[in-house]
Ligand binder design. Structure first.
Ligand SMILES: CC(C)(COP(=O)(O)OP(=O)(O)OC[C@H]1O[C@@H](n2cnc3c(N)ncnc32)[C@H](O)[C@@H]1OP(=O)(O)O)[C@@H](O)C(=O)NCCC(=O)NCCS
Length: 177
């Protein structure tokens, strides 16, 4: 998928395109628009005041994604910022037919269907890329993730240890509506 548009529940028009190595500034901006709670849910670390070196390294690492791993960013024109980065998704191939998924939507635009749309793209593109098993780690308290999985009708296996849930989705039996 090269580029896709999507309209949110509130009518905001998003453009979703592939993540590129020069996207580091957008990843910084997205991170700046995440609450400490969302940062914790995404990175499983307390990141109220992150170490600048960690932030730079992480943003560069995420942007430097390359095939067979893939990522996407979603952009929108907001009243105070044209072309703002709203969210992102990626899967990182970790073995033959196996990938690790992650997903983020900035706090002020959560709950509008953007995460679900990004997950739909991630799954569709992972299936096209020959991924059979998609894995993710979510905090067991992360209701948005479980509601998204239910909303898309996904069957998944899960196991929880110390408040963290490991999820596995079998893409061979996943048919998105
Ligand atoms: C998880 C995340 C990507 C979901 O993005 P989103 O754009 O809010 O997702 P959607 O709008 O598609 O909503 C998905 C479901 O979560 C629900 N939801 C959204 N925000 C919620 C909240 N704060 N509390 C409880 N449920 C919430 C929505 O109502 C929806 O459920 P429904 O379809 O049954 O109504 C986003 O919340 C996020 O970035 N969180 C921080 C990072 C993270 O948790 N990443 C996932 C782990 S890698």
């Amino acid at each position: 998928m090269r580029k896709k548009t999507f309209r949110t529940k509130s009518g905001l028009l998003l453009t979703i395109r592939r993540l590129r190595p020069d996207d580091t500034p957008y990843l910084y901006d997205l991170f700046a628009h995440l609450s400490p709670q969302s940062r914790y849910l995404r990175f499983h670390l307390a990141l109220e005041q992150p170490d600048p070196a960690w932030l730079q390294e992480t943003a560069e690492h995420i942007a430097a994604i390359h095939l067979p791993s893939q990522g996407w960013l979603a952009f929108a024109d907001l009243p105070d910022e044209l072309g703002a980065c709203i969210g992102g998704a990626r899967f990182v191939v970790t073995g033959a037919g196996i990938a690790e998924a992650s997903l983020t939507v900035r706090d002020d635009l959560q709950g509008q269907g953007i995460g679900t749309e990004l997950l739909r793209i991630l799954i569709t593109e992972a299936q096209k890329a020959g991924i059979h098993r998609l894995m993710a780690d979510a905090q067991a308290s992360n209701q948005s993730v479980f509601r998204m999985l239910r909303g898309l009708g996904l069957n998944y296996r899960s196991s929880t240890h110390a408040g963290e849930t490991h999820l596995e989705i079998d893409l061979d039996v996943t048919h998105l509506a």
